[in-house]
Design a protein around this ligand. Structure first.
Ligand code: NAD
Length: 317
């Protein structure tokens, strides 16, 4: 039998909480053989790389080191988690403008080293920065992906499964649109054990009212705020969401994931990056699926797109 060897490299730009936890998730999962990490903060970078390396004897072989932009050259995927935080009193748009400046420094340096890699954007606001990355890089549309609503959908799956007292793996649910305030649950695509969510209630024995699912969605949508209130940042679940996307790319497995990519007329929406269930493989985005949504869902999806387009206009894109 053919033995599958893992010989894959990723470069992670931004070794903060999300970047370092992503490296940890990739290393713990044996997902890659090489992780180069880049950060402006050299002291923090050295500390994170050292800490990660001290766990190496407990995981499958992996090489983790302080890298440079030249490492992008032989990386299959470049993951961008670098960003600046909000200053006291700073508006959302001013913060966004500063993060666009960060991306104007980073993205050209990735592309001058590698035009074949897939760039996976995680920094927020992820949809706007995915769009900016696509425009700045000039890479083909399929090679620029945002982590999108993969995390949000996982939160919804978890909360639905906890509500119905079943395993999260048995819930198929998608949050689509913006990763943020205008995101929406695609209830039309949500099922448990192949049964549409509405019909599952009779088997659940939870005796909840049908509208209870809207409250569950609101909880999923607002959970980042709650986590940040509790511990200052979110990083474990997003790191696992990023690992799931990396696996889909490296294993070329055609996974369907709600990642962010450029819209090309889906539900009448174009020229903005948003999340829809998409086939992900070694090409990056193989295809975005325009699955049957209800009229209300389509309306909310278009509203999400218009809100993001407004932000793009405000920052001059
Ligand atoms: P952090 O402040 O801990 O890390 C950011 C790192 O970026 C810092 O180490 C900083 O030195 C580095 N950096 C800044 N500018 C740089 C540059 N030009 N080149 C290289 N490195 C640079 O922040 P964090 O908690 O790791 O969060 C990172 C980003 O991820 C934030 O934008 C956050 O909102 C986002 N995030 C996204 C999701 C998602 O689902 N998409 C979830 C959680 C967090």
């Amino acid at each position: 039998m053919k033995k599958e060897l893992v010989n894959n490299k990723v470069t992670i730009i931004g070794a903060g909480l999300v970047g370092s936890t992503t490296a940890f998730a990739l290393m713990a999962g044996g997902t890659v053989s090489e992780i180069a990490m880049i950060d402006l903060d050299k002291k923090r970078l050295a500390g994170e790389v050292m800490d990660l390396n001290h766990g190496i004897s407990f995981v499958p072989p992996v090489n983790i080191y302080e890298g440079s932009y030249e490492d992008c050259a032989d990386s299959n995927i470049v993951i961008v988690t670098a960003g600046v935080g909000q200053r006291p009193g700073e508006t959302r748009i001013d913060l966004l403008k500063r993060n666009i400046e960060v991306f104007k420094q980073i993205v050209p340096r990735i592309v001058e080293n590698n035009k074949e890699c897939i760039i996976l954007v995680v920094t927020n606001p992820v949809d706007i920065l995915t769009y900016a990355t696509l425009k700045i890089s000039g890479l083909p549309d399929n090679q620029v992906i945002g982590s999108g609503t993969v995390l949000d959908s996982a939160r919804l799956k978890y909360l639905l499964s906890a509500n119905c007292n079943i395993a999260s793996q048995n819930v198929d649910a998608y949050i689509i649109g913006e990763h943020g305030d205008t995101e929406l649950p695609a209830w039309s695509l949500t099922n448990i054990a192949g049964t549409p969510i509405e019909n599952f209630c009779q088997f659940c024995r939870g005796n909840c009212r049908p509208e209870h699912k809207e409250r569950i969605f609101e909880e999923a949508k607002n959970s980042a705020y709650k986590i940040i209130e509790g511990k200052g940042a979110t990083y474990y679940a997003v790191a696992l969401a990023v690992r799931r996307i990396v696996e889909a790319i490296l294993r070329n497995d055609n996974s369907i994931l709600p990642v962010s990519s450029i819209m090309k007329g889906y539900y009448g929406v174009e020229d903005v990056c948003l999340s829809l269930p998409s086939i992900v493989n070694d090409k990056g985005i193989e295809r975005v699926l325009e699955l049957p949504l209800s009229d209300k869902e389509i309306e909310l999806f278009r509203h999400s797109a218009n809100t993001l387009k407004e932000s793009l206009r405000e920052i001059g894109f």
